[in-house]
Design a protein. Structure first.
Length: 358
């Protein structure tokens, strides 16, 4: 009986050893493998290693995207160039998701603050900020200006800017937002263009929309000058009509926003209308199609990272001024989260009288 127990224990030990050996890497196994088995095991190990790297990369958190690039797949790994591109796409998507979340949280916080700003405060801040903006050299030298039309509450009022521009003989363009046809997966569902006001009386006759914002009547749009050239709407993919600098383009743009910082970063209301419009506009400036008349210097241009410097040899470019309540300006060191398509402004005109310049 004792000998039988010893034989059974030896048999179990042998089986455990064989199973354990099969789980060890080929280089440490004490069992002789055939050449085919060894090659198959090595191929399996390579596949598992590749899957491990891809899984690790796909599980990175947004905070991980700023870690050293040593965790990138090396050239030739993960499918070669395709693996590298996949990794870059995942990193970009994670970064964009993180920025989007931060923007939503900041909008929610600032919106609550603005709800507590009284109408009297908005009136007094609007008066002081308007005085500062009208004194800007860029505004005074501009002939074609774009001005947002303000909501009744929660932002500075722009009516006096429009009135002053007409008194000075400037051409005034205002936003017009409309829906686009087609799939929202491939293009935005709506877009903004800048159309001309014909006169001060035209401005005063505008009726408020659902947000209380004075808005152009849809029936008048086709006959209004577009700042990009021609009349009416150009559409997202419409060809721009460049001119000789006198009959198209903009010199000065007054933009709204939800929050701003001392680095002149801007947080919009979340639809991307202004950033999309400005980026599209700049792409045509770079082609020399849309000359600008603003007086901003080359150094300011470099700081704000606008159009390529070589286009400034024979033409100037427009200036962007943000117009905001004091409550909308973040206190340092807090900054507005920005992505690759967000634009800096050249000037930040604040309701407490401050002017932050580039």
């Amino acid at each position: 009986m004792r000998r039988q127990n010893i034989r059974e224990k030896k048999g179990r030990a042998t089986r455990y050893y064989v199973v354990l050996s099969s789980l060890l890497p080929a280089s440490t196994s004490r069992v002789e493998d055939s050449a085919a088995d060894s090659e198959q095991r090595q191929a399996t190990q390579r596949r598992l290693s590749r899957r491990s790297r891809l899984l690790s990369s796909s599980l990175r958190t947004p905070d991980d995207v700023n870690k050293p690039a040593a965790s990138q797949p090396a050239a030739g790994e993960g499918g070669g160039g395709r693996g590298q591109r996949d990794w870059q796409d995942r990193r970009r998507n994670a970064t964009m998701a993180s920025i989007s979340t931060a923007k939503k949280e900041m909008r929610s916080r600032i919106r609550k603050i603005l709800a507590g700003v009284s109408a009297d405060s908005v009136t007094s801040q609007s008066s002081l900020a308007t005085e500062r903006l009208l004194a800007l050299p860029e505004y005074q030298s501009a002939r074609r200006v774009s001005v947002y039309l303000s909501m009744p509450a929660g932002e500075l009022r722009t009516g006096e800017i429009v009135r002053d521009a007409f008194r000075r003989g400037k051409q005034v363009f205002v936003p017009y937002i409309y829906k686009l046809g087609g799939s929202a997966e491939t293009k935005p569902s709506s877009i903004m263009e800048m159309l001309a006001l014909r006169s001060l009386e035209d401005y005063e006759s505008l009726q408020p929309d659902g947000w209380g914002i004075p808005t152009l009547d849809a029936s008048s749009v086709a006959g209004r000058e577009n700042c990009l050239g021609g009349n009416g709407l150009r559409g997202e993919d419409g060809a721009l009509k460049g001119g000789d600098g006198d009959d198209c383009g903009l010199d000065f743009i007054v933009v709204p926003g939800m929050a701003f910082d001392h680095g002149r970063r801007r947080l919009g209301h979340g639809k991307g209308y202004y950033d999309r419009f400005i980026n599209r506009y700049r792409s045509n400036v770079g082609k020399g199609q849309m000359p600008y008349l603003g007086e901003t210097s080359k150094q300011q241009h470099q700081t704000a990272q606008l159009i390529p410097l070589d286009t400034l040899t024979h033409q100037k470019y427009f200036s962007i001024a943000a117009f905001c309540l004091a409550e909308q300006v973040l206190q340092p060191p807090e900054e507005v989260p920005v992505g690759e398509y967000d634009n800096l402004v050249d000037s930040l005109v604040v309701g407490d009288g401050r002017v932050v310049r580039s």
